[in-house]
Design a binder for this molecule. Structure first.
Ligand code: ATP
Length: 254
């Protein structure tokens, strides 16, 4: 079986500064990949390059066998590859329902559109109780759930989730992770970029560690959990900690 996502020798540069150096990996359908690594390792850049938000300088991205390298983000999304949370994906002044209606406007039929919205509310019952509330007044966790619901409403087959837990209280992070688990149960393939290493590895089947813009390790999550202390300590090569002060990436694994 060929992989749903194939990334081959991907390079990205911001002006003269290279951020990714020949990143390669495969992801099979219906699996969850955790992408881990210290600040500035290139995780978000990798997500943006796959979803068409930054142009790769070299290399290839294939989705379901099709070369999507350099396609505009909206075309990539139409193929079923989305990123969440995505700033532009959520309209703060619109209600929850209006946001979902906007997300499903490209559905071919009215019945399809209604089914997509119903499915979003089944996956996120908390949102079903807030259909008329403006998205900007939802709590942080509810906004993240709405951004996931919006991504789902795009008929997503591969979802890239970048730092969903950023700025959320730990108890809210738990709820958001449960909601990602529900997306997984619907057969969506997921790439999760996450500062909470342990939670990400609990959810994921596979793990890829980026350091200084290159893949430093890849394998199963089970292997990563067994070896994490030697694989990735959140330390720079000079021994300083990238996440001094917050340190969730390492503290949760002590
Ligand atoms: P974090 O966990 O802090 O989000 P990250 O692993 O996601 O880090 P990236 O945000 O992808 O890392 O950054 C990789 C490198 O590219 C860093 O050196 C960063 O400073 C640089 N970079 C990221 N975005 C830009 C940009 N828009 N313009 C210039 N340089 C950028």
């Amino acid at each position: 079986m060929s992989a749903l996502l194939e990334v081959e020798d991907l390079e990205v540069a911001y002006g003269p500064a290279k951020a990714l150096f020949g990143v390669s990996f495969h992801l099979e359908a219906q699996r969850v990949l955790a992408v881990l690594g210290p600040n500035g390792a290139g995780k978000s850049t990798l997500a943006r390059a796959i979803t068409g938000l930054v142009p790769p300088a070299a290399g290839h991205v294939r989705f379901d066998g099709r070369d999507i390298t350099g396609l505009p983000a909206h075309e990539i999304r139409r193929l079923g590859l989305s990123q969440a949370p995505e700033g532009r994906g959520l309209f703060p002044s619109l209600t929850v329902l209006e946001n979902l209606q906007a997300a499903t406007r490209r559905c071919r039929t009215r019945a399809e559109r209604r089914a997509a919205i119903e499915q979003a509310f089944e996956t996120y019952p908390a949102l079903a109780q807030r259909t008329k509330q403006r998205a900007g007044t939802l709590s942080g966790g509810e906004q993240q759930m709405l951004s996931l619901a919006i991504a789902l409403a795009h008929n997503v087959r591969l979802l890239i989730i970048d730092e969903l837990s950023l700025g959320l209280a730990p108890i809210v992070v738990d709820r958001v992770f449960e909601s990602v688990q529900r997306i997984r149960e619907r057969g969506v393939t997921i790439v999760v970029i996450e500062q909470f290493v342990e939670r990400a590895l609990e959810l994921a089947d596979d793990c890829l560690i980026l350091q200084h813009g290159a893949v430093s390790w890849q394998g199963t999550s089970a292997q990563a959990r067994a070896d994490i202390k030697t694989l990735y300590l959140g330390q720079n090569t000079d021994g300083t900690n990238d996440r001094a002060g917050s340190a969730p990436a390492t503290a949760s694994l002590q």
